[in-house]
Design a protein around this ligand. Structure first.
Ligand SMILES: Nc1nc2c(c(=O)[nH]1)N[C@H]1C(S)=C(S)[C@@H](COP(=O)(O)OP(=O)(O)OC[C@H]3O[C@@H](n4cnc5c(=O)[nH]c(N)nc54)[C@H](O)[C@@H]3O)O[C@H]1N2
Ligand SMILES: Nc1nc2c(c(=O)[nH]1)N[C@H]1C(S)=C(S)[C@@H](COP(=O)(O)OP(=O)(O)OC[C@H]3O[C@@H](n4cnc5c(=O)[nH]c(N)nc54)[C@H](O)[C@@H]3O)O[C@H]1N2
Ligand code: SF4
Ligand code: SF4
Ligand SMILES: [Mo]
Length: 903
């Protein structure tokens, strides 16, 4: 199609076929000339406000620029007296019918809050033109959000972003004539609506009618805005953090970020109050002989711990020591900690919570494809024709990605959801398969069988790019669909239907979570799903591939940096003499050749007495690791436990030395998100008291042990990381990370980074099929323990909750509750809200009960965000035999009324 040429205010511009006038105007950077009130980027224009009128030669009346499509030769004028008069008329009407909106901006509201007022001023409509009404104070029932109906001009921008960006349906326009105004569905308040507190409506409102507690005043003139990255989940949303240098004043999403284009979830936007909590650790604390933790200076703390580390090493050897590095902190800190333990102390006992999270996913992907990381990027969500969401509750755990998936489905993508629970995205699915917990392998085998035997596989891809199909085909031929479906608690028909949708809609994007990984067959679950991805030719193609949703802000980076007992930075095997030689050339010393211990192994070794000292940087194993009694026993047995933390966590309570660390927003460095994007994080505010950045603590520990390191900044640490692991990070340097970061592999200074892995060939050569028999978990229900307990997350709290529990998020979710199907509760004689006793083979706890039709009959769900819940008193110590990932997702339990048992 030949390009379209138009005239705009006398100048020629090129336009695309089908484009609207407004789009051409905005692309030409002339948005100022055509104002609009109702139009937002994420929504289809609706010509609601009639402000974007333009005059077009040959047209009897002005046209709305947002809905009129350009034609070749169109001659458009944006500023004729007619058009100006019409716009003024519209604005006058709006200001007469909504006088409360006319007042000068108070600073209240988000990004666009002064826009309406600016339009009035531009069109010569002053405050004096209309009489003003005072606003009533809006209801204070929500911890963050407010709506002031008197300021609302019913432009519906909030409604558009809520529906077309976040995918919530909170607003509605009700009433007639003069009575038109916004309603929250049929409710009046945010707290009673389905609102998820993402704050998008606040940013979009042009009058400050929708606002939030962080945005009730003008920013002080001394305020600056610092770009950083969210410190909660592995989506890695870009943040614009406003600060006066002392405190975080407000947070907005970075509009230019390729990850979130301005959007955020409630945690990223609002959950920053922990930073100012009075409970922050501010000085090192050393346990005195009487057992009391007392404040000491950093100098005394470091010299004490150096002496204790040296003594332990000389008496029991370096392998009596170990370190867990934090997935909440920076790459530079993780790199330096593994280097201290490998190069200075001399042990490979290095691990991180990637172990208890996506270790199964990473191992399976490494075996089948050659690397453990996501093959795809978040941008593939918008390109995908078919999305398979398996064992991931994206709208709660990765809300910005969850919102993108909702919108992709609303625009026509197919969605298959595999989850025992009817999660929110299940409502958007073409097929929701409520699989029995712990039986993924049979279900994915059934998918593969249907695709293969009904001729839906991508034969060319399978023959050119994969190996092992014969063995898989033979294995699947020996299993019936009915038997496979039955073993995951499903009828064959919906399973066949889902498989056909995947087989005919391919290539597909496979978005996965802990419902695959945290099982004794975690690695097998992912390998069985990779079979389906390979059959449909999905890996290495745009809009398709494997996209595990990584958990913490820097769990990807933590493993990348070498916080694994068998691999150093960049997944280089420590057993390989060439790798050790390369390290020796940079470090001056090679690490030991034998692999160290994983977290579960270190804790077991601590119980047995062979591990005597542990350094735990920001990981709360006492609350988050399985089989709490065994973990606490391990911590108690240690002769030396150092915990580097923001708060006195459950683990820190057991420590001999507690070191106060800086948190997200308080330290410089980089985080790597779930699509392998290394992004700069920046210190926005100083840490409290004597709390220090993690990387500096690691450096000073190294030096105190005699390393003689001279790193002056995290940037220098990154330069060394690039030399240590050149295949993945050779081209990574701070100068290149200023705005959008880089997706690894990025081997050279001119390499642009990699959005899609395995595009030309698999990193291991060919993609590898696996014939996998389901090995049932030992935690199957029995007559004594008739329920299957799933543990996992809720939207408003985060992991062990040290941070989110110290923010007003507590008002949104103030406790963990046990979800049970109403029919099961009726059968047990249990009521909603009552306290129940939950018992497993491993422990017991008491929690409140919440009836929920979202769980299957026989299943239960419990989150683990509050220490008093003791969710991990119940979970077993069972792990996947290959990845060592704990089986948090299935535990056989029984439930009874708490008080009758107490009596
Ligand atoms: N709000 C919030 N966000 C978070 C976190 C948080 O604590 N709170 N934590 C972060 C971290 S560390 C991580 S790792 C991610 C985790 O993110 P997700 O993996 O999405 O989280 P989970 O809720 O643990 O589990 C996901 C789903 O697995 C399902 N499931 C359980 N058993 C099975 C099974 O056998 N098969 C299948 N197919 N599904 C099953 C559960 O019903 C649940 O819906 O979230 C990150 N984001
Ligand atoms: N029952 C059950 N248990 C689970 C899970 C489950 O699904 N069910 N999920 C598991 C998973 S996937 C994970 S990832 C783990 C998470 O478990 P953890 O890693 O223990 O939990 P987090 O809350 O992410 O943070 C750990 C600690 O880091 C501290 N911290 C935060 N930022 C910083 C920082 O910048 N520096 C330092 N030094 N410290 C910091 C926090 O205060 C917190 O105490 O939980 C696991 N436990
Ligand atoms: S905060 Fe988000 S979910 Fe809530 S009403 Fe506004 S846009 Fe909708
Ligand atoms: S989706 Fe994740 S990274 Fe983005 S704002 Fe929410 S918690 Fe932060
Ligand atoms: Mo995680």
């Amino acid at each position: 199609m030949s390009p379209i040429t138009i005239r705009l205010d006398g100048r020629e511009y090129t336009a695309r076929g089908g484009e609207t006038i407004l789009s051409v105007v905005q692309r030409a950077g002339l948005a100022e000339r055509v104002p609009t009130l109702c139009q937002v980027a994420c929504s289809t224009p609706e010509a609601g406000c009639r402000l974007c009128l333009v005059s077009v030669a040959g047209e009897p009346r002005p046209l709305t620029a947002c809905t009129s499509v350009v034609r070749d030769g169109m001659d458009i004028e944006t500023d004729t007296p007619d058009v100006q008069a019409l716009r003024r008329e519209v604005l006058l009407m709006l200001s007469r019918s909504h006088p409360g909106a006319v007042a000068s901006p108070t600073g209240q509201g988000g990004r666009e809050a002064a826009w309406f007022h600016e339009l009035l001023v531009r069109h010569g409509i002053g405050d004096d033109a209309i009489s003003r009404v005072a606003s009533d104070e809006p209801p204070q029932s929500h911890p963050y959000l407010r709506f002031d109906p008197a300021r609302c001009i019913v432009c519906r921008r909030c409604l558009h972003v809520c529906e077309d960006l976040q995918g919530q349906f909170v607003f509605d326009v009700g009433g007639r004539g003069g009575g038109v105004r916004l309603l929250f569905g049929d409710r009046e308040q945010f707290s009673e609506s389905p609102c998820v507190s993402c704050g998008a409506c606040v940013e979009a409102c042009p009058t400050g009618a929708v606002y939030d507690v962080d945005r009730t005043t003008f920013l002080p003139s001394a305020a600056t805005v610092v770009r950083s990255v969210c410190g909660y989940c592995g989506v890695g949303c870009g943040l614009d953090v406003a600060t006066d240098g002392a405190a975080v004043l407000r947070i907005s999403g970075t509009l230019g970020s390729p990850v979130n284009t301005g959007h955020l979830c409630a945690k990223g936007r609002y959950a920053h109050g922990w930073q100012r909590s009075r409970e922050r650790l501010t000085r090192p604390l050393l346990r005195d002989p009487g057992g009391t933790l007392r404040e000491v200076s950093w100098t005394d703390a470091l010299s004490w711990v150096t002496r204790r580390l040296m003594e332990t090493r000389s008496r029991h050897g370096a392998d009596a020591l170990g370190v867990l590095t934090s997935s909440r902190s920076t790459n530079e800190a993780a790199y330096l900690f593994q280097k201290v333990f490998r190069a200075v102390i001399g042990t490979n006992n290095v691990d991180c919570c990637a172990r208890v999270c996506h270790s199964s996913t990473a191992l399976a992907l490494a075996i089948a494809t050659g690397t453990g990381a996501a093959s795809a990027s978040f941008a593939d969500i918008e390109r995908a024709r078919t999305i398979v969401l398996a064992g991931a509750n994206a709208t709660e755990a990765h809300p910005v990605v969850g919102a993108r998936i909702k919108q992709a489905v609303r625009r026509g993508a197919r969605l298959i959801v595999v989850d025992p629970r009817a999660i929110e995205l299940g409502r958007y699915a073409d097929v929701l398969l409520q699989v029995e917990p712990g039986t993924n392998v049979s279900l994915f085998n059934a998918f593969a069988k249907v695709i293969l035997e009904e001729g839906l596989a991508d034969a060319a891809y399978v023959s050119e790019r994969t190996e092992g199909i014969e063995a898989l085909a033979r294995f699947l031929a020996g299993n019936s669909l009915a038997a496979l479906a039955a073993s995951c608690g499903l009828a064959p028909e919906p399973v066949r239907e889902a498989a056909r949708l995947i087989g005919t809609g391919g290539p597909a994007l496979f978005v996965t979570g802990l419902g695959l990984s945290e099982l004794t067959q975690g690695t097998d679950s992912v390998l069985a799903l990779v079979n389906v991805a390979l059959l449909t030719g999905s890996i290495g193609r745009p809009g398709a591939g494997m996209l595990p949703l990584r958990g913490q802000n820097n769990v990807q980076g933590n493993a990348d940096m070498g916080s694994m007992p068998d691999a150093v930075t960049g997944y280089q095997p420590v057993a390989d003499p060439a790798v050790r030689g390369h390290l020796a050339s940079i470090w001056g010393i090679a690490p030991p050749a034998t692999a160290g211990l994983t977290i579960p192994q270190m804790l077991a070794a601590a119980r047995e007495g062979s591990i005597r000292g542990l350094w735990i940087q920001g990981e709360d194993v006492a609350q988050s690791d399985p089989n709490e009694a065994a973990v606490r026993e391990a911590l108690e047995r240690l002769e030396l436990l150092v915990v580097q933390e923001l708060f006195m966590s459950e683990t820190a309570r057991h420590a001999h030395l507690v070191l106060p660390a800086a948190g997200a927003l308080e330290q410089d460095g980089t985080f790597t998100n779930g699509e392998r994007r290394i992004q700069r994080v920046r210190r926005v505010v100083p840490p409290p008291g004597e709390a220090r950045p993690d990387w500096e603590i690691a450096r000073d520990l190294g030096n105190s042990l005699g390393a003689g390191w001279s790193y002056g900044s995290p940037a220098e640490v990154m330069d060394e990381i690039a030399r240590v692991a050149p295949v993945l990070f050779g081209g990574v340097a701070y100068a290149r990370l200023e705005s959008d970061g880089l997706q690894w592999p990025c081997p050279t200074a001119s390499h642009p980074g990699t959005a899609t892995l395995h595009a030309d060939r698999f990193l291991r050569g060919r993609g590898l099929f696996h014939a996998i028999i389901e090995v049932p978990t030992p935690e199957k229900p029995t007559a004594e323990l008739p329920y299957l307990l799933i543990t996992g997350r809720v939207l408003q709290q985060y992991n062990v909750g040290t941070m989110t529990r110290r923010t007003p998020h507590l008002e949104l979710a103030g406790e963990d509750a046990l979800a049970m199907h109403p029919a099961d509760a009726a059968a047990e004689g249990l009521r909603d809200g009552e306290r129940v006793l939950v018992e497993s083979r491993h422990g017991r706890t008491e929690v409140p009960l919440r009836l929920s039709p979202e769980v299957r009959r026989g299943d239960l769900f419990l989150s683990f965000h509050f220490p008093e819940t003791h969710a991990n008193a119940l979970t077993s110590g069972l792990v996947d035999p290959r990845s060592r990932c704990p089986e948090y997702k299935v535990t056989a339990v029984r439930v009874s009324a708490a008080d009758t048992r107490m009596a």
